[in-house]
Design a protein around this ligand. Structure first.
Ligand SMILES: [Fe+2]
Length: 463
């Protein structure tokens, strides 16, 4: 039996602030909460359509506790009744309850913790109990059929930046800011497009917002016909190339469109500008054809095969050129990239963290953590055969004095014992500091959020 199979096996168990056994020693300074989001049930369908579960690790005074809970959305309730998920990314539309199943990321919007996916509704949960609060409404009417689960925190204006896609006879990308303390999105730019691209993330620099249109294009008329899931309304269109839409952050003006060859990426690593040039770093594949294969019993055979490993590419958008120059940042591969966001976002940064498959012992799923120095291309790795780490989340040391002054947190499946654990690495040396052992497996997760807040206040609630 494949040791990684539990990554794609349902978890139905929910626990509340379970004290975890620690190996090693969690440093006293590492105090806060890691929230993780990912699909945890109905994993026999497409991975992106599994029911959203929030996992919570609380680190406090060298101790660790764990809680997990499904989001009680309409999609969840319907799945409990019928045994099937309703329309999702790759699930055909069905009659009955639909809505959001936000299984991708966790964000903090003011004091609200929300789960996000690419349908526009964000779902709030209680950071103490993980109970579902419900859809957190916006106080505006911005047209939105699609969005990203990866908003940016703007470093110069407090608040978030993200965009929506409006499908119609004419389609638009609506880039917006959500100021801190407000539920009203402020339109920065609306860009008309006849063939909107699937974009999972985007970049911001000091003065610009950059949407990267890879040639995976929506056919809006197919979406409106309503008989196919979203994944089948997107078409890989080789020869169309990649287009970088460079928008002035303050002016809202589409300043230029820079092009290069065919690529695909879920995750940009970072973006920044220097002397008028813009640099976009991304975990990049040569095709998006594998998306449709992320389902069924062959999950551990195909989707993350070494052939699909994303290369770390830097796209250099020179001020006076209409074509991007492409260079490799490292010989290492990387997916689920993370940076010391508060320090390095939109800056000429140095370190990226991620997962990949070990080049000497490759598997069809990511099996190691890596830290890459983007200036030298050199990498440090954490690897243990039969162990499968998820996205590394950077937790800065208090008053961090260097970009890599902090810890890396990653939820790892031990494929031998069948249990998962929270792994804590020294972000500078990549040496293991501690692991906090969960008494069951945790399926393949997507994204998380670390906050130095603790949500452990006693509440007399029953589950
Ligand atoms: Fe993502």
């Amino acid at each position: 039996m494949n040791a990684s199979r539990l990554l794609f096996t349902d978890l139905h168990h929910e626990v509340d602030h379970k004290q975890l056994h620690i190996q090693g020693a969690i440093p006293e300074w590492l105090s806060g909460t890691l929230f993780r989001n990912g699909p945890a049930s109905h994993l026999d369908g497409h991975l992106f359509d599994g029911l959203a579960m929030i996992h919570k690790f609380t680190l406090d005074s060298g101790r660790a506790t764990y809680s997990n809970r499904f989001l009680r959305t309409g999609v969840y309730e319907q799945a409990m009744k019928t045994g099937k998920t309703s329309s999702g990314f790759a699930t055909p539309p069905q009659s009955g309850e639909t809505g959001s199943n936000p299984n991708v990321s966790v964000m903090k919007m003011d004091h609200h913790f929300v789960a996000m996916t690419e349908s526009p509704d964000v779902v709030e949960f209680d950071p103490y109990s993980l109970r579902t609060v419900g859809v957190l409404p916006y106080a505006d009417q911005l047209a939105a059929h699609y969005t990203t689960a990866h908003p940016h925190l703007d470093i110069h204006q407090r608040g978030l930046i993200n965009f929506t896609v409006e499908f119609g006879r004419t389609c638009y990308y609506h880039i917006y800011g959500l100021p801190a303390g407000s539920r009203k999105r402020t339109l920065i730019a609306s860009i008309e497009t006849d063939r909107p691209a699937y974009m999972h993330s985007f970049g911001i620099t000091e003065n610009h917002i950059v949407l990267v249109e890879f040639p995976l294009l929506f056919h809006p008329q197919e979406l409106f016909a309503g008989d196919k899931p979203i994944a089948e309304c997107m078409h890989w269109t080789p020869g169309r190339g990649t287009r970088f839409l460079v928008v002035g952050k303050r002016s809202g003006k589409l300043e230029k469109i820079v092009e290069c060859g065919d690529y695909f990426s879920f995750h940009l690593i970072n973006a920044f500008e220097k002397q008028g040039d813009i640099f976009i770093d991304a975990c990049t594949m040569r095709s998006a054809g594998f998306i449709q294969s992320l389902s069924g019993s062959d999950m551990t055979d195909k989707p993350f095969s070494p052939a699909n490993q994303p290369a770390m590419l830097r796209f250099h958008l020179a001020a006076d050129k209409q074509t991007a120059r492409v260079e490799k940042l490292s010989e290492e591969y990387m997916e689920f990239p993370g940076i010391h966001y508060q320090w390095a976002n939109a800056q000429d940064y140095r370190f990226a963290y991620g997962v990949s498959t070990n080049q000497l012992q490759p598997e069809n799923v990511e099996n190691q953590l890596i830290k890459v120095d983007t200036r030298s291309g050199k990498a440090l790795t954490w690897f243990q055969p039969g162990h499968y780490p998820g996205e590394p989340v950077f937790a800065p040391a208090p008053g961090a004095k260097a970009e890599d002054d902090g810890a890396i947190l990653s939820v790892v499946l031990d494929g031998h014992s069948g249990h998962s654990y929270l792994l804590i690495l020294n972000a500078e040396s990549f040496a293991e500091i501690a692991r906090a052992e969960v008494p069951h497996h945790i399926p393949y997760g997507f994204h998380g959020l670390f906050t130095n807040e603790l949500f452990i206040e006693e509440r007399n609630e029953t589950r």
